[in-house]
Design a protein around this ligand. Structure first.
Ligand SMILES: [Fe+2]
Ligand SMILES: [Fe+2]
Length: 243
């Protein structure tokens, strides 16, 4: 469903009560996309706020599904503008919401930057939203940023995998079963956004062992299939070609 004709912002249900919001942008040559994911439940959760300058578009898309004021958790992978640039705008729009992030992000940045105190999650810690449950995987420096981590939504088997499998281009299906590894590897060669962490394959193996069925990418299409196998394939590529 397109929620803003001018920008092309859209929101689509990609798993039960789990929505992908996507705005195409021209931030890099060839186009790009910023995605956020909304889990509608007793305690609704937003994963990624989108950039501050796109806040009106992201908010408009959420409002098409539920009032943004219902949000209780404003969650994100790491501290960059597309992940959490509109954090304070969302805290203002949703008076019952608090930031939800890894313990490192909370300690290093969000205790100071956010208008309300964050809840910082330890590795493996779970949060029940009602029907859904999310679990934090701390992945320091994978693909970048010390505070980086991902949330796994366990009832739908959705890994909110942030910048992993980033695909260039502005136009994507909300969900695809076509290959995203080659396109994302091509983008990695172009932008070199991985930190080259030595233990990346080991961290990827932990994510793979959770056996996600949907990889909710932050840039590009979400991907449905054997997420464990695709993560291991990414680990092999990183091993073979770290840079
Ligand atoms: Fe990032
Ligand atoms: Fe990102």
């Amino acid at each position: 469903m397109i929620t803003n004709a001018g920008s092309g912002t859209r929101i689509d249900e990609v798993a039960a009560d789990l929505y992908r919001i996507s705005t195409p942008v021209d931030a890099v040559p060839g186009g790009f996309s910023f995605n956020q994911y909304l889990i509608v439940d007793d305690e609704p959760l937003l994963f990624h706020t989108g950039p501050r300058k796109l806040f009106p578009l992201t908010r408009e898309a959420i409002d098409a599904v539920m009032p943004v004021a219902r949000l209780r958790h404003v969650a994100f992978s790491h501290v960059e503008a597309d992940e959490c640039g509109a954090l304070n705008e969302f805290l203002a729009a949703a008076p019952g919401a608090a930031p939800l992030c890894g313990a490192v992000a909370a300690m290093v940045s969000i205790e100071d930057m956010a208008d309300r105190p964050p809840r910082g999650l330890d590795d493996g810690e779970a949060v029940t939203l009602g029907t859904h449950r999310v679990r934090w995987f701390a992945t320091p420096h994978l693909p970048h940023a010390w505070e980086c981590g991902f949330l796994m939504e366990e009832t739908t088997g959705t890994l909110l995998c942030g910048d992993l499998f980033t695909q260039g281009g502005a136009a994507h299906e909300p969900v695809t079963e076509a290959d995203i590894l080659d396109p994302s590897e091509a983008f990695r060669q172009q932008m070199d956004y991985f930190s080259h962490a030595k233990n990346a394959p080991a961290m990827i193996e932990r994510l793979a062992a959770a056996q996600p069925k949907l990889l909710a990418c932050m840039h590009g299409a979400a991907w449905r299939g054997d997420g464990g196998a695709l993560l291991r394939a990414l680990g092999d590529r990183l091993d073979a070609n770290p840079a």
